[in-house]
Design a protein around this ligand. Structure first.
Ligand code: FE2
Length: 421
């Protein structure tokens, strides 16, 4: 089974990535940053984690206010490097451990953390700034896949410190109930004290930073009693993102072994790093099996219903490319290109031959089996001048006339504004 071997804490200031990219290793102003990460690189080399589960926040790069969520878990197979205004940094995309992500999502929702999930989102300096100094990387990518957990800390209401702590406790159960033998290291990024907006920008508080680091190690529950205003007063408004470290700490044993710590305040944000080794006994096989049974309880039996395909993260992952293509047709210009030349649109979207064939033949049942969600079928129907009733009949393997006989009224309709004759 999977085990949490320990946790790394790291600020995620853009300066860290900048120092690396600008090759500032020998510059006295930047050298303390590299010195701080050398023991962590060594720890990773010694412990050989199989996955890094990274708790971070996005900085209004890939997550905008048109849909802002408290907890968003990446479930993708790969994550690109975000462009934060000056083009993406020259580091490779990082692989995701999608199977672990799906398990964690299911487990957290089972434990009543109704988080959102994401794919197709580039990760910004909240991930890649620390990652680039934690792991070697090059043309072959990165040696360890990640699972990113985004915490929405920039638009209130945001989760409380206590909620972050409790999420960590649920995260421990989620990871340790994963059936495969995996060594998982948590990485919490963000902080420490800083404020970057308004007349108070430039605020730092080294005394508080030291207290916070001490409490995080020895008495983290005390940190769960503080309000967002407390964190802002003590460590600056943006510094309050440090509550993300409580997710990590909540997933560890009550007492941890701190084997590394550093603190450096070069400019706007205090850069701190730490390594905490987990002292917890792993979950027993019986406890893990009981938890997995609980995770499966809500859908137990649904898979056996005839002609019924619950839309799980597994199905979503399989059907994602086709679903994304069909969803893209909601854009009128893309829709027109599709209507003018379907084959060119398929090629542009990089669909497989199997996927092209399903759409080309408007194989409604086949698309459902493949992992397309019904609500995109009805949009493809609307685009194609096909009524919902035709789609229902097609899925059931009946003619429209046969299916109509099963309805009380002989009406046809579509999600299209108008149904062409
Ligand atoms: Fe941040």
């Amino acid at each position: 089974m999977a085990r949490i071997i320990g946790a790394i804490a790291s600020s995620h200031t853009p300066t860290i990535g900048f120092a690396l990219d600008a090759k500032k290793q020998a510059d006295p102003a930047w050298k303390p940053i590299f010195d701080a990460y050398a023991p962590i690189q060594q720890w990773i080399a010694d412990k050989q984690p199989d996955v890094l589960l990274m708790i971070y926040n996005d900085h209004i790069t890939s997550f905008f206010f048109n849909h802002y969520s408290a907890f968003a878990l990446g479930v993708d197979e790969s994550y690109a490097v975000a462009d934060e205004g000056g083009g993406p940094r020259g580091v490779p995309p990082v692989a995701g451990h999608a199977a672990l992500s799906r398990h964690v999502a299911q487990s957290l929702v089972t434990d009543e953390f109704d988080l959102s999930t994401f794919r197709d989102k580039a990760l910004d300096h909240g991930i890649f700034s620390p990652l680039s100094v934690l792991l070697p990387h090059g043309e072959d990518g990165w040696p360890v896949p990640i699972v990113p957990l985004q915490i929405g800390v920039l638009q209130f209401p945001i989760p409380t410190a206590l909620r972050c702590w409790k999420l960590g406790q649920a995260l421990r159960m989620a990871v340790e109930s994963y059936p495969e033998d995996l060594k998982v290291a948590l990485v919490a990024t963000g902080g420490l004290s800083h404020q970057v907006h308004g007349e108070r920008c430039g605020f730092n508080n080294t005394v508080w930073d030291e207290q916070f680091l001490d409490l995080l190690e020895k008495d983290p529950v005390a940190l769960t009693r503080l309000t967002h205003a407390d964190y802002a007063r003590l460590g600056g408004m943006e510094g309050s993102e440090i509550i993300m470290w409580l997710v990590m700490r909540g997933a560890l044993s009550a007492s941890v072994r701190k084997v590394h710590g550093s603190y450096y305040l070069p400019s706007m944000t205090a850069i701190a790093t730490a390594i905490y080794e987990n002292q917890a006994e792993p979950l027993s096989a019986a406890e893990a099996a009981a938890h997995r049974a609980r995770m499966g309880a809500q859908l137990a039996g649904a898979q056996e219903l005839e002609g019924t395909y619950p839309y799980t993260l597994d199905r979503s992952a399989k059907g994602y490319r086709v679903n994304r293509f069909l969803h893209g047709l909601l854009d009128p210009a893309t829709r027109e290109r599709f209507r003018a030349d379907e084959e060119a649109a398929f090629a542009e979207a990089g669909l497989t031959e199997e996927e092209r064939d399903l759409i080309r033949r408007r194989d409604w049942r086949g698309m459902i089996h493949y992992g397309v969600i019904f609500f995109l079928l009805e949009k493809l129907g609307a685009i194609s001048g096909v009524s919902n009733l035709d789609i229902y009949a097609g899925m059931r393997g009946q003619s429209l006339e046969e299916f109509m006989k099963t309805r009380n009224q002989q009406v046809t309709y579509s999600v299209a504004a108008q149904l062409e004759d």
